[in-house]
Design a protein around this ligand. Structure first.
Ligand code: C2E
Ligand code: C2E
Ligand code: C2E
Length: 89
């Protein structure tokens, strides 16, 4: 196992996401809303998503998963710990 512990989860900060301009955050906001609706998970401040979903989001944003992760960290939507979650890609 990694000396840094288990692979961290990808946790989206939903409050931060709401504060961002729509042209940037729109696709991610719609994706997160779809997952919330599928789970019936409406009241969270954060949303844990699948690693597989980050791959899909990277296609949507026309970036590599690593590039998208850096962008989401710079927006404050993902924690810097998320870098370790995409290392395994
Ligand atoms: P599903 O993929 O067939 O999963 C059925 C149920 O298995 C989920 O019901 C959940 O209770 C559990 N489950 C599956 N994978 C995980 C996991 O990695 N962690 C945890 N904690 N539980 C898991 P739930 O949550 O009501 O979701 C219903 C359906 O909504 C899922 O059916 C899936 O089709 C979709 N869904 C929910 N969350 C996500 C997501 O984060 N990403 C994607 N791509 N689909 C999701
Ligand atoms: P954690 O994964 O570190 O999550 C901490 C808290 O962040 C959760 O407290 C919850 O308030 C919030 N959170 C994280 N992801 C989501 C999300 O997708 N939706 C919502 N609405 N909130 C989220 P909570 O619920 O009291 O859970 C405490 C701990 O229990 C979690 O710590 C985790 O270790 C475990 N846990 C809860 N649900 C699951 C699950 O579906 N799968 C697994 N493996 N562990 C879970
Ligand atoms: P988690 O619940 O702690 O699950 C950690 C990892 O265990 C998942 O990473 C996945 O690889 C595996 N896993 C857990 N439950 C299942 C399952 O029912 N079926 C399969 N095939 N694998 C499972 P992953 O996919 O990257 O998901 C990360 C986190 O996103 C999960 O942590 C959970 O908090 C959330 N999540 C993902 N899918 C769902 C879902 O369908 N429903 C809910 N409520 N939460 C989900």
């Amino acid at each position: 196992p990694s000396p840094l512990g288990p692979t961290p989860k990808l946790v989206i900060d939903l409050e931060r996401l709401q504060q961002l301009p729509k042209d940037k955050a729109g696709p991610l906001a719609r994706y997160a809303a779809t997952i919330q609706s599928q789970r019936g998970d409406y009241n969270g401040k954060v949303l844990s998503i699948r690693q597989e979903d980050l791959r899909s989001l990277a296609v949507i944003y026309d970036k590599s998963p690593t590039e998208l992760t850096e962008e989401l960290i710079s927006w404050g939507v993902l924690d810097p710990e998320a870098r370790r979650a995409v290392e395994s890609f």
